[in-house]
Design a protein around this ligand. Structure first.
Ligand code: IMP
Length: 433
């Protein structure tokens, strides 16, 4: 029995979807524990492309349970679109495969409108999906949960109380249009009839699976540097993206987590605003964007691209307790003569090797690079890590030294079988007492 958490070690979009899909073959269940439809986890199966925003990326395997935990915020419309799309393509034949926590909070239309209206002032570069405002309501204890949606009387009462306040905030403060109660209510009644069958006490279900000795993958969304506490605040998302939140967001204790796997790209990308010390503003950045297809899976926005930043990934290793790293999209760097890796920063003339928590300080750091030779070879067809050209292996070894954790797998293409070093991560978990 083992429970493994998979998290992004940069600013999101590291390729978690592909790795979760790949490792689901060894698991019995996959649990999403935070975020919402701001995430866009892409999985390729042959020529078929899937983008999951809320449903865990293990859904393509028949019989593997996919659980949306209490820490997720759910836009029911998006979720239904995802469910319908999957069913049309012949997946999710058995509805008992999917479970939604009754404690997960709903994203309502006013959350999205507040999100986009506030962007005019705060300029975080959010996905506009209402994620921040939905989490705010959760913490303010005025949020509406999946379980509330199921009960007409409670839903009506909570929607009414919320809408009165939201409409006055929208109209008077944000100078936006308000919403009609009946319109939202009727739409959500439809959602109830479609989603009701999936709503469960998932914390108990997960615990029962664990007691039965099942293997569970906890699928993080976004990345370490977008964590609301430990990321580049305020340019972060509204949830804790770190591995510790797998416990809170699914309802299990920390003693039940056996290991944490991080995912990082062989270079760095970021969408939205905020500091990015290794960002490339030149044709090389454009080349990486085109070759790596670095456009947001949720919003289509072009991603900002830059060199691998070992300081950032080392920070992610520390705040997550990452024990093994997966490097993705290594093939995107195939054509380069030389590669740069950021090994530290210069801040006010002083050399530092950590991410400063003060955003102004982080915004003013200058990256210190080490240069490595490129491998100038197509690595897509490689079958094992030892097949990689010597310079590619050297690059990985240097990254390993700098981030202080072992690289356990390397992805060299978008398909499942284009991953090197795949092993059953549940085979030798840390023993639990
Ligand atoms: P929000 O999560 O929509 O509030 O956006 C806050 C910040 O997180 C913005 O910079 C977004 O671009 C970023 N963000 C949110 N979700 C993702 C993701 O799945 N991948 C990459 N960036 C994300």
């Amino acid at each position: 029995m083992a429970n493994i958490v998979i998290v992004g070690a940069q600013w999101g979009d590291e390729g978690k979807g592909k790795i979760v899909d790949l490792l689901t073959q060894f698991a019995d269940a996959v649990v999403r524990f935070q975020g919402g439809d701001n995430a866009g986890h892409t999985v390729y199966l042959g020529k078929e492309k899937f983008v999951f925003h809320i449903i865990p990326s293990g859904i393509l395997y028949e019989g593997k349970k996919c659980i949306i935990g209490n820490g997720v915020v759910i836009d029911p419309g998006t979720l239904i679109t995802e469910i319908t799309g999957l069913k049309k393509r012949g997946y999710l034949k058995d509805d008992s495969q999917l479970m939604i926590s009754e404690e997960a909070h709903l994203i309502l239309p006013y959350h999205r409108r507040i999100d986009t209206a506030r962007e005019r002032v705060f300029k975080i570069g959010t996905t506009g999906r209402g994620i921040g405002p939905a989490y705010e309501d959760k913490v303010a204890r005025s949020g509406i949960r999946m379980g509330d949606l199921i009960d007409e009387k409670i839903f009506r009462k909570k929607l009414d109380a919320n809408l009165t306040q939201k409409n006055s905030y929208l109209v008077q403060v944000l100078k936006e249009e308000g919403f009609e109660f009946e319109k939202i209510h009727d739409e959500f009644v439809q959602f109830r009839s479609q989603l009701g069958k999936y709503v469960k006490d998932t914390a108990r279900e997960i615990h029962e699976e664990i007691l039965k000795g099942k293997h569970i993958l906890f699928e993080g969304a976004q990345g370490a540097l977008l964590d609301v506490d430990h990321g580049t605040y305020p340019y972060v998302t509204a949830s804790n993206t770190v591995a510790a939140n797998a416990c809170v967001g699914s309802g299990i204790g920390p003693t039940l987590i056996d290991s944490v796997v991080g995912i990082a790209k062989a270079y760095t990308t970021r969408v939205g605003e905020g500091p990015f010390p290794t960002e490339l503003h030149d044709t090389l950045g454009d080349m990486i964007r085109q070759k790596g297809q670095e456009f947001g899976a949720t919003t289509g926005r072009p991603r900002r691209c830059g060199w691998f930043d070992a300081v950032v990934v080392k920070h992610a290793v520390r705040i997550n307790g990452i024990q093994g790293m997966v490097i993705t999209k290594m093939d995107v760097l195939n054509d380069l003569d030389k590669l740069k890796v950021c090994v530290g920063y210069r801040l006010n003339g002083r050399r530092i090797d950590y991410v400063p928590s003060n955003i102004e300080a982080f915004q003013s750091v200058e990256a210190v690079y080490e240069e490595l030779e490129g491998w100038k070879t197509e690595i897509k067809g490689a079958k094992s890590l030892s097949d990689l050209p010597a310079n590619a292996q050297r690059y990985l070894r240097r990254v390993e030294e700098l981030i202080g954790t072992k690289i356990v797998m390397v992805s060299v293409g978008s398909e499942r079988n284009e991953t090197l070093g795949v092993q059953n991560p549940f085979a030798s978990p840390r023993s639990r007492t």
